[in-house]
Write a protein that binds this ligand. Sequence first.
Ligand SMILES: Nc1ncnc2c1ncn2[C@@H]1O[C@H](COP(=O)(O)OP(=O)(O)O)[C@@H](O)[C@H]1O
Ligand SMILES: [Mg+2]
Length: 411
Amino acid sequence: MSSKNYFIGLMSGTSLDAIDVAIVDIQPINKIGCEDKISLVASHSVSLPKLIKSNLIHLSFEQNVNMQILGHTGVQLAHLFADAINDLMDKYKIDKSQITAIGSHGLTIRHQPNDEFPFSMQITDANLLAQLTGIDVVSDFRNMDVAVGGQGAPLVPAFHQALFAQQFNTEAGEQLDDNSACILLNLGGIANITVLNPNAEVVGFDTGPANTLLDTWCEMHTQKPYDAQGMWAASGVVNHTLLDIMLEDNYFSLPWPKSTGKELFNIAWLNKQLELYTVKINEPAIKELLTQKDFQQLLPEDIQRTLLQLTVITAAEQIKTFTHTKKLFICGGGVHNQFLIAQLQQELPQYIIQATDSLGINSDALEAMAFAWLAYCRVNLMSANSPSVTGAQKKIVMGSWYSAKADKVIN
Ligand SMILES: Nc1ncnc2c1ncn2[C@@H]1O[C@H](COP(=O)(O)OP(=O)(O)O)[C@@H](O)[C@H]1O
Ligand SMILES: [Mg+2]
């Protein structure tokens, strides 16, 4: 096995829960880019410190951003990333000389691909990360796709396609076979699906909010960062009036390609839905139609339960539109929310729902693995965007390269 085909992927999504690190071995079997053998060597997650998390929230939501916080947070993140990488390499006795490059997603503070001047902004200091680890870094993956008219997101479906081609049909390389027809649902801060169909181009898009709203509401009312196993949500009841109001949000009926983030699905969005709910239940005509239950005080756990149902319904409704398969693989932190998965199964009774772990693919490390693969693609000058997913005008090489090496310095 060639030791030069190790890549590191670094991912921290909209949940702001942790930094996920994955060391991935990517062996080209024939020609680079075809029939890659992708395997996870090691992974771990490191929690984001509270101060960094609150600064990231400031940077994501405030109209007037504190430039000092912007600069400092990028540097602090580079230190955190480097420590997380160095610790994992120490633990598994992997030397930096074995790693070709780090693919670092950075932390998204704005994602506005539909603006008059579209952009997607992630922060970290990739220069410093290269120096602190002694490994080349590839970063800023999304904006080249945006530059050719794409959403810059989601980027993982192309990786899912490569990984599942290997999983189900190593002989045929990137050609998916009938066995590989399936849908992947990533339950991160935002929920996104990848649709793999051997007879069609890969499809992938964000279906709506998942953990980002669940975590925010849970923390506000229970002081816990997330609702473990969905037990708090399970103690509430779905309020269908509120759910229907939420479902009216324009995002859910937009056709794909589409992507979203905390710019839309945040506490301000939820407060707006709650305001609309109050107006609605006070409309005289509606009052008569509402059930007794809807008039009872809306408890915080009922709102949590309704938010969970929103995630379930918005994902399930989209999944049902792709009729070529009933195989659904799930990944991301939401896999651990047993109550959410049970509700999803109830909504999709004919589907076989399994975590990707059932295929030997670590469901917590999958997104970090994707960024290792994206770095591999950049290093080998391979395009890694899926125009059918992002809406980009063409396939393109993505990512900026920050070299850690100083062996070609010209004085
Ligand atoms: N045991 C659990 N029960 C319920 N939810 C969980 C559990 N473990 C993790 N999660 C959820 O998963 C989230 C992290 O998911 P992740 O896939 O890392 O999202 P992101 O990609 O946005 O960082 C946590 O914030 C939490 O909401
Ligand atoms: Mg995470």
